[in-house]
Design a protein around this ligand. Structure first.
Ligand code: AMP
Length: 425
């Protein structure tokens, strides 16, 4: 489906990539356990179609990604190395992946000149170079020096104006997006621009404050806003319903009250839990009890939504035609407190709606529910998907628009080299 956001942006299929040095900016930032094993390979799997396409077409492939947040401390190079990801791809693709320690060094260019079609090198964590997070043009120029075609398939990093996301495509004339990026944009645009009604947004998670902007934007678009997770208690507090020792953001109670008023004025349904699972302590599963109604007694805390709430939310989800889900309904990491989150996952996937899951913890919850393949789309980007929905132009997408070159605009770089200054259309 054509998406407005994609207008004017080329895709990997628009380029002749055979025998060309193809820079693939991916989001291979996967979680590891203490022994360095990958615990969730979702992001790598999501990048596979683009990698495989590049292999099939005979490109000389340069894989690039960030990995965690190295701060330049001793030991960081080992802790944040892309080595486990390179080893994973080695096995999965049955191809040798050469890991390049110093991406910006001249040696990379030389190494690439010896590379054959369909061979792959992987650059070490881009954030090892301070220039990456500074969107440094000089660092980008070093990467551009060995790049014929630039492809961004790193949706999860495209809300960051970093060198490999913004400065680099501005320097490489042949640039475009990969298959994952296209799917992310198309699916999130379906929610953002023309959602089929009834549109139900399910928001949960820990904090109202993290999601203020997205709640405000969604309020205009949805027919029903379903709220669960710890976020709900701040809304209950705004209605003077007792919340015991549940997580409440006191400084957001007024905002929650205003939202409730706004929803009423606009005739939007805003549903809150009508019962809860509560415990005496977040680590105490033995005292788990279900409340009669929305009130939580003194000394108790809410950890999940209750059965009456699930039934209430089920009615709305059954008739939905578009569903956006971000944030778990409870402390789903603890199995005893996961029932509400998994029930909502099941209800969403049973509906006939287009179902889109925002990244981060919601993606983890969708996978943990065992229903991941039943959603229309699970975004690989947490922050990126929320910023995209809020209508913010993601820097990484803006940088893929065509470059308009003008003869008048010539710049003499500090190197003494005369280059044209690229201009956005
Ligand atoms: P977020 O990143 O804002 O989507 O929040 C996800 C986190 O919210 C998860 O780690 C959940 O454990 C947590 N969470 C959800 N419901 C509750 C609750 N009732 N009390 C405490 N934490 C919660």
């Amino acid at each position: 489906m054509a998406s407005k956001t994609l207008e004017g942006i080329k895709s990997i299929e628009n380029f002749q990539i055979e025998d060309k040095r193809l820079f693939l900016r991916l989001d291979l930032n996967v979680p590891l356990d203490e022994s360095g094993r990958i615990t969730d390979d979702t992001r790598i799997l999501a990048a596979m179609p683009t990698i495989r396409y590049a292999i099939d077409k005979g490109a000389k492939i340069i894989l690039a990604s960030h990995f965690g947040r190295p701060k330049g401390k001793p030991g960081d190079r080992e802790k944040y190395s892309l080595e486990p990801v390179a080893a994973y791809l080695n096995d999965a693709l049955k191809k040798e992946i050469i890991l390049v320690e110093e991406p910006a060094a001249n040696a990379t260019k030389q190494l690439l000149s010896g590379l054959k079609p369909s061979q792959i090198i992987m650059l070490e964590n881009l954030r090892f170079d301070p220039g990456e997070e500074k969107n440094d043009r000089e660092f980008a120029q070093k990467l551009a020096a060995f790049t014929d075609i630039y492809i961004n398939d790193a949706f999860g990093a495209s809300h960051r104006a970093h060198a490999s996301i913004v400065a680099l495509p501005e320097l490489v004339e042949k640039h475009g997006l990969g298959f994952l990026m296209r799917k992310e944009i198309e699916m999130l645009d379906r929610v953002r621009l023309n959602p089929e009604a009834p549109f139900v947004a399910v928001l949960g998670g820990a904090k109202v404050s993290d999601k203020i902007e997205v709640i405000e934007v969604l309020m205009d678009k949805v027919d029903t806003l379903i709220i669960g997770g710890a976020m709900a208690y701040t809304f209950l507090a705004a209605q003077n319903i007792s919340t015991g020792k549940s997580l409440v953001e006191k400084d957001k109670v007024r905002f929650a009250g205003e939202l409730l008023e706004r929803a009423k004025a606009r005739k939007k349904k805003l549903l809150l839990p009508v019962d809860h699972k509560i415990t005496r302590d977040i680590k105490d599963t033995a005292s788990l009890t279900i409340t009669e109604n929305a009130a939580i007694p003194e000394g108790w805390m809410g950890v999940d939504i209750g059965p009456k709430t699930i039934a209430l939310y089920a009615q709305e989800l059954a008739r939905a035609k578009t569903v956006f889900w971000n944030g778990p309904m409870g402390v789903f990491e603890t199995p005893e407190f996961a029932e509400g989150t998994f029930a909502v996952a099941q209800l969403i996937t049973e509906s006939s709606a287009i179902t889109v899951v925002g990244g981060g913890d919601s993606a983890a919850a969708a996978h943990a529910s065992g229903l991941a393949d039943k959603f229309s789309h699970i975004s690989t980007g947490g922050g990126a998907s929320l910023e995209f929905l809020q209508g913010e132009a993601l820097p990484g997408i803006g940088a893929l628009k065509p470059i308009k070159r003008s003869d008048k605009e010539m710049l003499i770089e500090s190197t003494g080299e005369v280059i044209e200054e690229p201009k956005r259309q």
